[in-house]
Design a protein around this ligand. Sequence first.
Ligand code: COA
Length: 133
Amino acid sequence: VNLSESRDLPADKVIALYAANGWSAASKPQELCNALHNSHSIVSAWIGKELVGLGNALSDGFLVVYYPHLLVLPSYHGQGIGGRILEHLKMKYHGFHQHILVADGRTIEFYKKHGFEQAGSTQPMWIYQGADH
Ligand SMILES: CC(C)(COP(=O)(O)OP(=O)(O)OC[C@H]1O[C@@H](n2cnc3c(N)ncnc32)[C@H](O)[C@@H]1OP(=O)(O)O)[C@@H](O)C(=O)NCCC(=O)NCCS
């Protein structure tokens, strides 16, 4: 598995990765590609020419980094790919005051293994157009 920080990701492969995980962003392909391109960082994981995983970060560049998306092709789950992408992003923002994300319920153990914890007594809040959580 090779990791890349390139912003020039093939749209068809990106959409296929989101669709394979049932993520609603796949239904807004142009916005999704623009969003990834505009992210502070994107890390993609490749096996040959196959896009097998992707994670992005939004950041002010100094204090706070937020990780909106992290996903791996379902047939490659549990092989350490998501962990590698997350560690790569964490390292890039090492020392920042706050690394924050909204963990899907099934992924809490995964994020705990990578050093995240429940954010004090806070509760995530959003205005959301999707129906996949
Ligand atoms: C969550 C996700 C990114 C983890 O990536 P991954 O490459 O499968 O994870 P890794 O192999 O690095 O780590 C495996 C750990 O992840 C956790 N995990 C969460 N969902 C999993 C799944 N569907 N399959 C396997 N492991 C999963 C387990 O705790 C596992 O720990 P274990 O190896 O001790 O059993 C990936 O499973 C995924 O894309 N899930 C669907 C999308 C999603 O929910 N993303 C997170 C949004 S907040």
